[in-house]
Unconditional design. Structure first.
Length: 193
């Protein structure tokens, strides 16, 4: 069995090999367990979460999830399916609450690398984000460089539901750890799969 770490997979005992190591100034040789070459070549797999919006809108749910990500010390990229949605989220994140806002930038502005949250219609990751949010059925880029990817989809939109199902199959088939979360009537998230 393998254990997932921040930098990939820690090899199990079966994929370890003994390597002789001579201690400086000694005739003694110790054997140290190190990962095999095959174990080191395994790809890093992102944790994939699917968030099924049934009780609130994307504008209601996304800011809280972004705040949680920033609270973990992560940077985030939000990939939208259209420029109109990008622009709407840009305006919304500045004013979603009376007493606060989420600092962010978009792919229309300079200094993308400095942004804690970056909103784009492309597969770019200029702020070296650890988490990528995909909304409005946006097509994901290669997710191997991320710790987590979050697909958010409207449960009342047939096209988004169909796209989410297709993404689920693709991500699961690629070997990612995939979970499905659905909103409860009180707008909390409950893990369903």
């Amino acid at each position: 069995m393998e254990c997932r770490t921040r930098h990939g997979y820690a090899p199990n005992v079966a994929s370890m090999r003994s390597v002789p190591v001579r201690i400086a100034g000694s005739r003694r040789t110790n054997f140290v367990q190190t990962p095999s070459k095959d174990a080191l070549r395994r790809p890093i797999m992102a944790e994939i979460l699917f968030y099924h919006l049934t009780e609130s809108t994307l504008e209601d749910a996304l800011p809280g999830l972004l705040e949680r990500s920033l609270g973990r010390g992560w940077r985030a990229v939000v990939q939208t399916g259209s420029e109109e949605r990008r622009d709407a989220l840009d305006a919304h994140l500045w004013s979603f609450r009376d007493d606060s806002f989420l600092a962010h930038g978009t792919d229309r502005e300079p200094h993308a690398a400095d942004q804690p949250v970056f909103i784009t219609t492309t597969d770019a990751n200029p702020n070296s984000a650890q988490v990528r949010f995909l909304v409005d059925a946006a097509s994901p880029p290669d997710l191997a460089g991320y710790d987590r990817a979050v697909f958010m989809f409207d449960g009342h939109d047939a096209a988004q539901l169909e796209a989410a199902r297709a993404h689920w199959k693709t991500m699961k088939g690629a070997g990612h750890a995939v979970t499905y979360w659905q909103q409860t009537p009180d707008r909390r998230w409950e893990r369903k799969a």
